[in-house]
Design a protein around this ligand. Structure first.
Ligand code: URP
Ligand code: ZN
Ligand code: ZN
Length: 472
């Protein structure tokens, strides 16, 4: 048994002083002055105790263009843990032909032996026909009750509206939840072709060829399709003020739609892509303006957004140069692939380890969200929406003992060495932080102790998640 004494517990609902007793992998009890004789005791005086973070949006070992995202299911999990996250959910790409199942098996082969924290899968539905329609409900037996569809990436990932509508109908019938990437693929293709024909190849053209209106319009379109199918919907990586407005509008009409934003959309703008190293900020959808940042913060303040994920999908900035990773030199082709053409820059950026420390200092520390909202956005809401609550996302008797002991007073200048991503840059390099994870437990086992990594490959478990998402 392990007893964490004298800490202040912060949950999505309340903040209170209590001890936590852990028995094996589970929380045994939460209460005042717990004193079992034989327990190992950790004194958490002056510290906060929170449920381990849940990031429902990461892309590990994901093939893209002529490379692969540079964190795999070990390195990405380790980085997550250092940032206080103990559960991640990753997306299985659908194969170009045939059924869904082999792609899921392949993803398990990649992930299961490497996993260092607990993890789940969402299934991308990027090619739809009657065989796929029949197969989708069988994913429930595999513990995958969530699907992702796209209104962008024509000819690669995009479904047509009638196909998205069918996915919504199937999801509704079986208690599944559809997640949606909202951009306008048709407009993007026209603008990209025009930009290249005009010789516009710099990173900023990534943003200029993916206008914010595409996100606004397709958020509303998706809400309208979900409403007509009477199905729940979760919009991923929301990046615009207009999209947040559409979410609010649809929710007022009773549409069962929830929104996720990511730290990059709260802090960065198109201007970052105009820098010499602008490729570092390339992800889809792109970052927009300071007004968009402010509106997304306001949505979090007002409980009008539901989850802060990361869309962690890192690529080296210069994949021709090695970095040291656990004592080994490693280089993986990255953003330099698009040095001559922005359309060849792999889309995505690191973030899974940054999310909680950055949101604490710049969200809670700056008074934009409360500590309880912080826990809701980084853990509990995702547990509820994605079929894991109260096993995950809670500090309750019977919950998995996924716990972060948070030092609210630790000050540091953040950088690539703290985040532990397998990448050669960090977007928050040099940012001043107050508050950082001190100790992180996965199912009762300490996996991070300050700067020390105690976890290992294979200790993370695949989470078979339940259907019937809670809709906020
Ligand atoms: O640029 C990004 N976000 N890459 C990952 C794929 C996606 O659409 O989420
Ligand atoms: Zn996406
Ligand atoms: Zn993504």
């Amino acid at each position: 048994m392990l007893l964490i004494k004298n800490g202040t517990l912060v949950t999505a609902e309340k903040t209170f002083d209590a001890d936590i007793l852990i028995d094996g992998e589970k929380i045994h009890s939460v209460g005042q002055d717990l004193a079992p004789g034989d327990a190992e005791v950790i004194d958490a005086s002056g510290k906060l105790i929170m449920p381990g973070g849940i990031d429902p949006h990461v892309h590990l070992d994901l093939p893209m263009f002529d490379t692969v995202s540079s964190d795999d299911h070990y390195t990405g999990h380790k980085a997550a843990a250092f940032g206080g996250t103990t559960t991640v959910m990753d997306f299985v790409p659908q194969a170009d032909e045939g059924p869904l199942r082999p792609a899921i098996d392949e993803w398990h082969e990649k992930a299961d032996d490497k996993a260092a924290i607990d993890f789940g899968f969402h299934m991308n539905i990027t090619r739809f026909d009657e065989a796929i329609a029949e197969e989708i409900p069988t994913l429930l037996d595999l513990g995958i009750p969530t699907l992702k569809v796209f209104t962008a990436y024509n000819g690669r990932l995009r479904l047509q509206d009638h196909e998205i509508f069918r996915v919504f109908q199937i999801a509704r019938e079986h208690g599944m939840l559809t997640m949606l990437h909202a951009e306008n693929g048709d407009v993007i293709d026209v603008l990209k072709a025009q930009a290249l024909a005009d010789g516009n190849t710099e990173p900023i053209w990534h943003a200029r060829t993916r206008p914010g209106w595409g996100a606004v319009e397709s958020v509303l379109r998706a809400c309208a399709l979900a409403a007509q199918a009477d199905a729940p919907l979760y919009i991923v990586h929301m990046n615009t003020a207009g999209g947040a407005e559409m979410l609010k509008y649809a929710r007022r009409q009773g549409v069962q739609v929830m929104g996720e934003t990511c730290p990059q959309y709260l802090f960065f703008t198109e201007e970052h892509m105009q820098r010499e190293d602008g490729a570092k900020w390339i992800c889809s959808p792109p970052m927009r303006s300071a007004e968009d940042n402010a509106a997304l913060w306001q949505a979090l303040t007002n409980d009008e957004m539901h989850v802060v994920g990361t869309d962690h999908c890192p690529f080296f900035f210069d994949g021709t140069q090695t970095i040291d990773y656990e004592g080994q030199p490693i280089a993986i082709p990255g953003k330099e692939l698009g040095a001559e053409d922005f359309t060849k820059i792999p889309n995505g950026l690191p973030g899974v380890g940054d999310r909680m420390p950055i949101m604490w200092t710049y969200g809670v520390g700056e008074g934009r969200i409360t500590p309880n909202q912080f826990v809701a956005y980084t853990s509990t809401n995702a547990a509820k929406i994605f079929g894991l609550y109260p096993q995950k996302g809670a500090l309750q008797a019977g919950s998995d003992a996924d716990i972060v002991i948070w030092d609210p007073d630790r000050k540091l200048t953040y950088g690539v060495e703290h985040s532990h991503h397998r990448a050669d840059y960090n977007l928050y390099d040099g940012w001043e932080l107050t508050g950082f994870p001190d100790k992180v437990f996965l199912r009762g086992e300490m996996i991070v102790n300050g700067e020390e990594w105690l976890g290992h490959r294979g200790m993370g478990k695949f989470l078979k998640r339940r259907p019937g998402a809670e809709v906020f």
